[in-house]
Design a protein around this ligand. Structure first.
Ligand SMILES: [Zn+2]
Length: 702
């Protein structure tokens, strides 16, 4: 299994290093773009844009400890099953209930079981082994002392009884008590209680192991006031009046392992739209999929329109990604008040702002459906792999558009999602901080798949998607329930599977696109000359990448001759690739990647004229100056520095410089001939070679 490198091949090393040595430029910048976020307003009747959607899960900075409990030892046991019984009182904004946990020890002598639970909820008691257990509950951790230590693989069970007024950890997260009505959707009086737990806000409404890496079987029982119904994951196994008059209880069972962040409750006065979807695969294999959409009563008609394509989307997703992962259970939606949607397993929570009755939320509906494979079925072991969720779900949007409008619309959808300046600000695709930095994990993630499609070709690419979607890179598909632990996947596993389909090592592709924040910068040169078939039939091209980390790409080169259009490809793996191709007919036009199958940009600020191309930092603080320069051929080079009065204050013979592909670079410690530092001011650096002098100005500011 290939583990992709933390960084790719670095090149463009300077031919000469002066006083303080070489400094390679690069690294990554991360930070939050000042983009509109839902916190700026809550326009219930607005129309959710893709950018708002991609920012909707963003919370920054991540609250301390929000990503769970790595420190406190919940890795010492394997959660097998949780049975959650919750009474939800929307008027009082109060919950009470219990969770039964079954787990297996992963160590010998497991004495203490640690769960995540916010300190704002009250643990009333913990029981197990026929009696009360002692526990401590502080700092969002619940530590329970088992009646007897468990040995490796030994199973145990405990029950936590708790209650309280759930607090949202931050705006619109955790368990949200809201109201809706049919007037303006804001000032109503009908309750809607629903959760948003990703990435680590489940502990704000139920005790759990609040991390994605340990899936378990689950049962959720929701007791709600009559007139409201509770919706959850999996299959409804019982419904009816609760013991207490005026209340009803719905019990749901999820027979496929589920991550804590995907456990869902949604309580309101829902109306149900249901149908049965028979897909092509289901028809062959003998299953159908109940589609169930719970919406606010006044959205019934609109939802009929918006969810109409759902079965068609299901059919396509099965074609692309393999059979619906939760066969035997439903798929559908429960409406909630949120500026976005959340892919809860078998029952996506969909924001009320996305039901319009005009089909305009199709991209969102197919995105969330894609998550049933990518996120819910194939759950990341760790949040660093979040692009395996969002990049793939976003790619579902492009495939849907391709289905609707063909190749051109597919390409246009990818192109519309391209936003390099935001991506650069948001940081890397892999291991982003925060977990949801914005569009980079969505759109750049989808572009990585798009690029793989271009590189592998449709046949291998769709086989790869299908195998990944079915079995997440396992050698065989895992089926069944019981102790079935569910699929937990990593980026390394996806790369390993991709390399099998590609038949080559792809570290040089994945590494930089996942971990660098910039795109490759390409200098493309072409020359048409006389070839074996006559005038203008020979094409000489070169591709040079000039950024610091090499990206391994295969570029399509589209050549138009008098006879037609022909596409050839050139692999640029290191810094330079060249080719000479003969054509049967005269060449009219040559284009590099005109359809945009590769994420790249033309080199900026890189000259193909010999001499200094860049001085940095500028202004500097008087301790280091880097000179980047370009040479066509080897030459003796002399560096000189002049002050504002024209005096030469430093010079050094750099000797014979052999051109590096891309550019050369030297660093100077900004000390003069006598070794003294320089005062603030304006200076000029010159490089002399073959009788030329290349001059650039710089400033020192102390
Ligand atoms: Zn998503």
């Amino acid at each position: 299994m290939a583990i992709f490198p933390r960084s790719g091949i670095r090149f463009s090393a300077p031919a000469m290093v002066l006083a303080v040595g070489l400094v390679l430029i690069g690294g990554s910048s991360s930070g939050l773009a000042a983009e509109p976020s839902p916190q700026d307003g809550h326009p219930i009747h607005g129309r959710l844009t893709r950018q708002e959607f991609q920012n909707s899960k963003r919370v920054a900075p991540e609250k301390d400890g929000a990503l769970g409990d790595a420190a406190h030892g919940s890795d010492r046991y394997d959660m097998l099953r949780h049975t959650l019984a919750l009474k939800i009182d929307p008027d009082a904004k109060f919950i009470s209930g219990s969770v039964d946990f079954e787990f297996a020890s992963l160590v010998d002598d497991l004495q203490i079981v640690v769960l995540d639970l916010t300190a704002t909820l009250q643990v009333d008691s913990v029981t197990g082994g026929g009696g009360d257990l002692s526990f401590t509950h502080d700092a969002d951790s619940l530590s329970i002392v088992l009646p007897a230590a468990l040995q490796m693989n030994e199973e145990g069970s405990i029950q936590v009884h708790y209650s309280g007024y759930p607090q949202e950890p931050t705006w619109d997260r955790g368990l949200m008590f809201k109201v809706h009505n049919d007037v303006d959707g804001i000032t109503g009086s009908i309750p809607i209680v629903a959760n948003l737990s990703e990435p680590a806000y489940a502990k704000y409404w139920w005790p759990c192991k609040d991390k994605p890496g340990d899936k378990a079987l689950s049962e959720v029982s929701i007791t709600a006031p009559d007139g409201l119904i509770g919706i959850s994951n999996g299959t409804l196994i019982s419904e009816g009046p609760a013991a207490e008059a005026g209340w009803n209880t719905n019990v749901w069972r999820e027979d496929y392992p589920i991550a804590s962040y995907l456990v869902s409750v949604a309580v309101s006065d829902y109306q149900l739209i249901e149908s049965v979807c028979v897909t092509d695969l289901g028809n062959d294999l003998g299953y159908d999929i109940p589609l169930k959409n719970w919406v606010f009563p006044y959205h019934y008609e609109a939802a009929l329109v918006d969810f109409e394509p759902l079965c068609e989307m299901m059919n396509l997703c099965e074609e692309w990604f393999g059979p619906y992962p939760f066969r035997g259970e439903k798929y559908g939606h429960a409406e909630f008040i949120w500026w976005g949607a959340m892919e809860h397993q078998t029952v996506t929570s969909i924001g009320t702002s996305s039901i319009h009755g005009d089909g305009s939320s199709d991209w969102l509906i197919v995105h969330e459906l894609g998550h049933q494979w990518f996120g819910d079925h194939l759950t990341p072991k760790n949040w660093r792999d979040i692009w395996l969720n969002e990049g793939f779900a976003t790619y579902s949007e492009a495939l849907w558009r391709e289905h609707l409008g063909g190749h051109e619309l597919y390409l246009a959808t990818l192109e519309a999602g391209r936003n390099e300046s935001s991506w650069t600000q948001q940081g890397p695709v892999y291991d982003p901080v925060p977990v949801f930095p914005g569009g980079v994990i969505y759109d750049k993630g989808a572009w990585i798949l798009h690029m793989l499609r271009g590189r592998l070709g449709d046949g291998p690419f769709f086989s790869l998607l299908d195998e990944w979607g079915r079995q997440g890179g396992r050698t065989s598909e895992v089926v069944g329930s019981g102790d079935y632990i569910g699929y937990q996947v990593t980026t390394e596993e996806f790369i390993a599977l991709t390399e099998i389909y590609a038949g080559e090592d792809l570290d040089g592709f994945f590494g930089p696109y996942l971990e660098e924040t910039n795109l490759p910068e390409i200098i493309f040169t072409k020359e048409i000359g006389d070839g074996t078939s006559g005038a203008n039939t020979r094409l000489s091209i070169s591709l040079r990448q000039v950024q610091n980390v090499a990206f391994d790409n295969v570029f399509p080169v589209v050549v138009t001759t008098v006879a037609g259009v022909e596409t050839r490809s050139l692999r640029l793996e290191q810094e330079l690739a060249q080719a000479e191709w003969d054509f049967a007919d005269p060449i009219l036009k040559v284009e590099l990647d005109p359809e945009h199958w590769v994420l790249w940009k033309p080199a900026q600020g890189i000259s193909t004229v010999e001499g200094i191309t860049r001085l940095f930092p500028n202004p500097s603080r008087g301790n280091l100056l880097n000179l980047r320069f370009y040479l066509e051929q080897p030459a003796p080079v002399v560096l000189r520095v002049f002050d504002a009065a024209g005096r030469e204050i430093f010079s050094q013979d750099l000797g014979l410089i052999v051109p590096e592909p891309g550019f050369n670079e030297v660093s100077w410690n900004q000390k003069d001939h006598s070794g003294a530092g320089l005062a603030s001011g304006v200076y000029w650096a010159t490089l002399e070679f073959r009788g030329f002098r290349s001059v650039k100005k710089f400033a020192i500011v102390h």
